[in-house]
Design a protein around this ligand. Structure first.
Ligand SMILES: [Ca+2]
Ligand SMILES: [Ca+2]
Ligand SMILES: [Ca+2]
Ligand SMILES: [Ca+2]
Length: 396
């Protein structure tokens, strides 16, 4: 029994392989907003986050049984079966595990969606790509915060000439009581001027427009817990549109959204076995090694603490509505990988010690914020001696 007890203890100490935490959920408007997850008017954000967590995070079940007079507790980790919608371009969620995800220089983690293959086209179907960013908890406070650093995972379209890296869009809260303007050509759209948006799209024909409302979803598309915000603005990388209507006219339209090669959430179908399988059919997951800084340079992260997923496309597909990334669940492919030792002097956590780390220490001094790694001299203060210590490490 002593051995069994030890095994039970080891199970408890293991890291949870599924997502365990939703830190932030800020969707753009969309046809599944307020229903996936379900939200009510005036609902506080903590309640909304709890609903998201119940939808996409795994949970731990504790089972206690009595065996030969001994009470044995076993731990089971349960996969979540729900899904949340991020709405139109820019809508996002920030999630995490109960441990940092270690960079093992292979597929490190997976975020699932609900993409599927069309019956008429093997290279497409439903594909609503979400861009992934990874965050490092540089200030060590355990939550995403201003002192942290984020990096985009550069997927297959990162360097495509039609990818816009400085995209910004603003949505304007609709008046739910305004008279509707049904579409003259599409009977499934009952308000074609529902939610106005403006953007800095490089294509001058795409700098403003409306998110239409369709007959299938009658609830407000604007997040109910954000009713006090007159506008919602999102920034990031924007991917080119991927949809074609293979139908002949509006009444028999058949939209196919063509898959991108790799590196996006809700782009390729999920592997039902929840393993990494790089076969071009299932989404094999994400590599931390794809991380790039704001200038597009590769960064060598040892681990990440947070994952942000945002809808990367501003596209409207007739009666099927706006393209909106869904997030279903997430898995760390190697939850018990040992955390690598921190590199002395690597204040900004990009795996190298160089002039950018000197700047990071100076920023800590000037901004009066404490970042663990900036205290290179380990005297619980961040000052000029830490700057000198980084210089010494660079010159070594
Ligand atoms: Ca933090
Ligand atoms: Ca989807
Ligand atoms: Ca560094
Ligand atoms: Ca110090």
């Amino acid at each position: 029994m002593a051995i069994l007890g030890l095994l039970t203890t080891l199970t408890v100490l293991g890291n949870h392989p599924w997502l365990t935490r939703v830190y932030e959920y800020r969707p753009a408007p969309g046809q599944f907003i307020n229903t996936m997850p379900l939200c009510r008017v005036g609902e506080p954000i903590d309640s909304v986050l709890a609903r998201c967590q119940a939808s996409i995070c795994g949970r731990i079940d504790t089972v206690t049984v009595t065996f030969h007079g001994q009470t044995i507790t076993s731990i089971d980790t349960i996969w979540s079966e729900g899904m949340i919608s991020l709405g139109g371009y820019g809508g996002y969620v920030i999630v995490g595990f109960d441990h940092p995800v270690v960079n093992m220089h292979t597929y490190d983690f997976e975020i699932q969606g609900n993409a599927f293959i069309s019956e008429r086209e093997t290279h497409g179907g439903s594909s609503e790509p979400g861009i992934v960013m990874v965050g490092v908890d540089l200030d060590g406070n355990g939550v995403p915060s201003d002192g942290d650093k984020w990096y985009e995972l550069a997927g297959s379209e990162y360097t495509h000439p039609k990818t816009q890296h400085d995209y910004s869009i603003t949505y304007y809260r609709p008046d739910e009581a305004k008279p509707r303007t049904p579409s003259q050509v599409n009977p499934f759209l009952n308000d074609t001027t529902y939610i106005r948006w403006t953007s800095n799209d490089v294509n001058p024909d795409s700098t403003s427009g409306y998110m239409s409302r369709n007959t299938y979803h009658s609830q407000p598309y604007w997040p109910l817990w954000l009713q006090n915000e007159g506008t919602l603005t999102f920034q990031g990388t924007k991917l080119r549109c991927n949809a074609l209507d293979l139908g002949n006219n509006a009444s028999n339209s058949y939209y196919v959204q063509y898959f991108f090669d790799w590196g996006y959430v809700d782009n390729l179908p999920n592997n039902p076995a929840r393993v990494s399988q790089d076969d071009g059919y299932y989404n094999p997951g994400f590599k931390i090694d794809w991380a790039v800084d704001e200038r597009g340079n590769h960064v060598n992260l040892s681990h990440i603490d947070f994952i942000k997923i945002y809808c990367g496309m501003n596209q409207y597909c007739g009666w099927t509505g706006e393209t909106s990334t869904e997030v279903a669940a997430g898995i760390d492919f190697h939850p018990d990988a040992p955390m690598p030792l921190p590199v002395a002097g690597d204040v900004n956590g990009d795996g190298e010690v160089n002039i950018s780390d000197i700047n990071s220490v100076i920023n800590c001094i000037l901004g009066d914020n404490y970042v663990n790694m900036a205290d290179v001299t380990h005297d619980s203060e961040i000052n000029i001696s830490d700057v000198n210590a980084v210089i010494d490490l660079i010159l070594q």
